[in-house]
Design a protein around this ligand. Sequence first.
Ligand SMILES: Cc1cc2nc3c(=O)[nH]c(=O)nc-3n(C[C@H](O)[C@H](O)[C@H](O)COP(=O)(O)OP(=O)(O)OC[C@H]3O[C@@H](n4cnc5c(N)ncnc54)[C@H](O)[C@@H]3O)c2cc1C
Ligand code: SF4
Ligand code: SF4
Length: 369
Amino acid sequence: MQISGSNELVEQILKNDLCVACGACVGLCPYFKVYRGKVAMTFPCDLTQGRCYAYCPKTEVDYDNLSQTFYGKPYQGSALGEYRRIAASRAGDKMISGPFQNGGTVSALMTLALKTGMIDAAVLTDSDGLIPVPRLITKEEEVVQCASAKYVASPTLSCVNKGVEEGYDRIGVVGTPCQMTAVAQMKCNLLDKADFKDPIAFTVGLFCTWALDFRTFVDFLSDRLDLSTICSMDIPPPPAEVLIVKTADKDIEIPLSDIRPLVLKGCSVCPDMTAEWADVSVGAYEGKPGWNTLIIRSEKGEVMVDEAVKEGFLIVDELPALNLAHLIQGADGKKRRARENIEKAAAGNDSERNKQPAVTENWKMSSFQ
Ligand SMILES: Cc1cc2nc3c(=O)[nH]c(=O)nc-3n(C[C@H](O)[C@H](O)[C@H](O)COP(=O)(O)OP(=O)(O)OC[C@H]3O[C@@H](n4cnc5c(N)ncnc54)[C@H](O)[C@@H]3O)c2cc1C
Ligand code: SF4
Ligand code: SF4
């Protein structure tokens, strides 16, 4: 795998509209900045190799290397990635309540990870109105302040870089699948540094089908309602096909067909729905509001979930076979669509070029098949 520098990151990813604003390149050096959801390089840098390029989930990802590193075998390309167990879950009685998106599993696990000292800081996503705000927190009670999903791309991983800079060395991270791919690459010492230390102790991935571009979403919503009245948003599992915007006095349903044009172009070539490189992955539970679907992938993830159940932070139940079948179908569909979109963009069809990001030559279509 060719690891290049910041100039190639700009040429291949930013200029081709593949950036999904994950934040992994922000804060590593003084040059990459993010403003209102857009990442830019503000000064030139002449390093031929950089962590910015190595971590970016939109440059070529060596899935075999990740799989060998974390699971000791080549990447299989299965719908859900490697896992030990899949279950249903929700926060238990010992977890303080909060504005959880679904069952509060994510907040419960991060709260317990801080409480037990498994992690010394957590990288989460808060919000200021509609804009997602990355946060580096160290206190258990701060976790619920960041509960709920912000369906807008967030440069959350900039806070991992901030945490490392501040000396934290057991950081917990919650993020989308692209962010978990970047974090997995941060854990791999891709630049072969002699003094490398993995600063990440625990990762919780979120299921994700797409995220919205902050700027276009704000323009879209401000034509329809007063943005300052928005409390939260939800996308109920299929077949609802709506985004629900909750304000103080009413819920507004927006058809997903109206929203899809606002999705980041980089999402159209994203093959991962369930955060395959996280210790555990969490999503909605189709047909059971207030619960989550939980995928336990690593040994560390399993120990953490068992501890959370024992301590009353988590309740775990069986996931019905039909839900698992739907999950596999959804994840398979996302891989297939990503493959088709890469093929269309690579074929250079002009009408498709307007809809898809230009895919650079170093993308291996076979890498996630
Ligand atoms: C952009 C996006 C798309 C999603 N798409 C799907 C989907 O298609 N299917 C599905 O089943 N689930 C999806 N989810 C996950 C789902 O919305 C819930 O986050 C998940 O079920 C966990 O629920 P919870 O109650 O345990 O979370 P909570 O306990 O409420 O915690 C939510 C956590 O999410 C983090 N977070 C919020 N917004 C972001 C963001 N933009 N980027 C990174 N981290 C964030 C916060 O730090 C918080 O810790 C998506 C989430 C996001 C952010
Ligand atoms: S996808 Fe992430 S790492 Fe890549 S350019 Fe965008 S913000 Fe930087
Ligand atoms: S669809 Fe993929 S690229 Fe887009 S936000 Fe979700 S995980 Fe990231």
